[in-house]
Design a protein around this ligand. Structure first.
Ligand code: ATP
Length: 300
């Protein structure tokens, strides 16, 4: 069953068409929603939560219609908004317990659940200090915890890596992966960086100017671009001799650092490389299928 389905979804703000004829079907798992700033990602999430109505079309989340069943959707879905929306004067524990209570948990269960959730997102002793003194990374974790505390089936994470340094980004991406795999919660996560979600998402939806550019499995983005990375000993001289020989044999070859990148024409490419290496008396150091990064697929 699709966890998210939209049909001809459109959203017109005064002077801006934020979403245009968007039709997507998304299966359970970790899904990346990618688009430049202003592409319409937050608008889509707000429509899916029933926070704003679409101008055209329909949408459903977990089989529930966003126009008629938005309260039920919000019971089952967690939402980490893009903007900073945390109260500075209370501690993370107080805030998350409050959110758990608002979600309907009794006092004791809310306290236990809040402690567990804060531990899962990596907040420990600091959870007793007021949020106002937190770093950006800690604030993002509190926002994530409030999205998870009511044990949702699905979470919408809007730009969770925004403002984080490279190490913070990696930690947040690892956390998202754990939510999807270990906790079995489906995730829709947005980013304006095409390459960022490649590692954690199983499926990517790419939108541009409110329109759908692509919606497909991450593996499908790179499948058709088979490239063989080959390295032989004898450094540049060996590389160039092999490159020339393979080019004469009709393969497309590009030097790449100490090795070569060879476009895989068909199954015979592997044998041809092996035979040429042997004929030239070179030793093979590395031969592996290299998948193009998604950014490369798009730039080409
Ligand atoms: N309430 C609103 N009123 C008018 N225009 C809006 C409103 N909300 C969003 N927009 C416009 O709709 C377009 C899509 O905005 P949206 O916030 O969905 O983009 P986004 O992909 O989430 O980008 P960002 O990450 O920068 O928020 C933008 O041009 C934005 O200025």
């Amino acid at each position: 069953m699709s966890i998210i389905a939209t049909r001809g979804l459109g959203k017109q703000f005064p002077g801006v068409l934020a979403l245009d004829e968007l039709t997507i079907d998304i299966e359970p798992g970790i899904v990346g929603l990618v688009g430049a700033n202003g592409a319409g990602k937050s608008t889509l999430i707000k429509i899916l939560l029933g926070l704003i109505p679409p101008t055209r079309g329909q949408a459903s989340v977990l089989g529930l219609d966003t126009a008629r069943e938005s309260l039920k959707i919000r019971e089952l879905v967690g939402y980490m908004p893009e903007n900073d929306c945390l109260p500075p004067d209370v501690s993370a524990t107080e805030f998350i317990v409050h959110i758990a209570r608002v979600s309907g948990l009794p006092a004791t269960a809310a306290r236990e659940r809040a402690a567990d959730t804060l531990r899962h997102v990596g907040l420990y002793e600091e959870r007793y200090r007021p949020i106002g003194g937190y770093s950006t990374g800690m604030r993002q974790r509190v926002k994530l915890a409030q999205a998870l505390v009511h044990d949702p089936k699905l979470v919408f994470l809007d730009e969770p890596t925004n403002g984080l340094d490279p190490a913070g980004r990696d930690e947040m991406l690892a956390l998202i992966q754990r939510i999807g795999t270990q906790f079995g919660i489906s995730v829709l996560v947005t980013s304006h960086l095409l390459g960022e979600l490649e590692r954690v998402a199983q499926h990517l939806v790419i939108i541009d100017g409110g329109r759908l550019l692509r919606s497909q499995a991450v593996t499908a983005f790179t499948q058709a671009s088979g490239v063989l990375a080959v390295e032989v000993d004898d450094e540049a001289a060996g590389r160039d001799r092999l490159g020339n020989r393979l080019a004469e044999a009709g393969l497309r070859v590009h030097p790449d650092g100490r090795g070569l990148l060879i476009d895989i024409a068909d199954e015979t490419t592997y044998d041809l490389v092996r035979d040429c290496v042997a004929d030239l008396g070179l030793a093979l150091v590395r031969m592996e299928n290299r998948r193009h990064r998604i950014e490369e697929v798009f730039s080409s």
